[in-house]
Design a protein around this ligand. Structure first.
Ligand SMILES: [Zn+2]
Length: 284
């Protein structure tokens, strides 16, 4: 979960270029819908991030199909847009989860329901395949009628601590458990939105698994910090340093920063308990 910048591109130009590159009859269908599409773009910008209840644009079924086709059957300008959206280093890591590499574009408002936003750059969010698949075509929670997912380009990510990781040492196993907490001052609505995003993308389990995988790669660094003098304080210092580095770049609630902080505070882990994260090659 983190914010990413909008791509600096003119949405009207993108629409006109893609429409001009389509074959007939789709070119004319798109051009005939131009006024409605641009009005819908304006509505999106006016309401963002609260775009969950935007009215559908009044398009004919053929125009809707042409808009979806403009995204899914790529022309050169659409390919250029995709490349520009995905190639930025600032979005190389998925903003929905903060774990994986971005490889797809997620339609924040799904193109099945809102074909008018099929090629709207502000609705196309770089995403990893896991998040994109889990998000599917959902927008609003049926029970609360609030948006289920954060919009990485518009929703501010709170800068107070809301992610917690519990660390427990059991016999030969390190047990991690991620959960959310509502800090003082955070509105219930903001917290519910974060929690929905966190739960629906299965982040607790994904952070737990990837956290253990990541620690396997840190084993030798921890071992060196411990050293022959078995210095648990040095291990804790190393972990805090690592947490600070992550926080500088990804913010206070970055899942690995939280993990490093929690481990630094766990004396058993620093006092040689990190042996548990050593990867046994045969079992890897
Ligand atoms: Zn993701």
């Amino acid at each position: 979960m983190r914010s990413i910048p909008l791509l600096n591109v003119d949405a009207t130009d993108v629409f006109d270029e893609i429409a001009a590159a389509k074959n007939q009859p789709r070119r004319s269908l798109m051009q005939a819908a131009r006024v409605e599409i641009l009005a819908a773009y304006q509505g999106y910008e006016d309401m963002a991030p609260e775009v969950g209840e935007l009215d559908k644009a009044p398009l004919t079924d053929q125009q809707k199909d042409a808009m979806r086709h403009a995204y899914s059957v790529e022309t050169e300008p659409m390919t250029t847009l995709r490349r520009k959206l995905l190639n930025r280093i600032s979005v190389a890591r998925c903003p929905f989860c903060g774990i994986s590499e971005t490889s797809t574009l997620d339609h924040y408002l799904p193109k099945e329901r809102h074909p008018e936003f099929s090629i709207f750059p502000k609705n196309l969010v770089p995403s990893c395949a896991v998040c994109n698949t889990r998000k599917r075509d959902r927008i609003l929670d049926a029970g609360t009628n609030t948006r289920m997912f954060l919009h990485p380009c518009y929703d501010p990510i709170p800068d107070t601590a809301f992610l917690i990781v519990g660390v427990r040492m059991e016999e030969n196993a390190l047990i991690l458990s991620y959960r959310l907490t509502r800090p003082a001052g955070m509105t219930l609505q903001t917290f519910q939105h974060l929690r929905s995003h966190f739960n629906e993308l299965n982040l607790a389990d994904r952070y737990r698994r990837m956290g253990l995988e990541h620690l396997g790669g840190q084993y030798f660094a921890l071992r060196r910090a411990y050293g022959p003098g078995e210095d648990a304080n040095r291990v804790a210092e190393k972990l805090v340093e690592g947490a600070e580095n992550f926080e500088e770049v990804y913010g206070l609630n970055f899942w690995l920063a939280k993990l490093y902080r929690a481990l630094a505070e766990n004396n058993d882990f620093c006092e040689g308990g990190f042996e548990m994260v050593r990867v046994q090659n045969a079992a890897y």
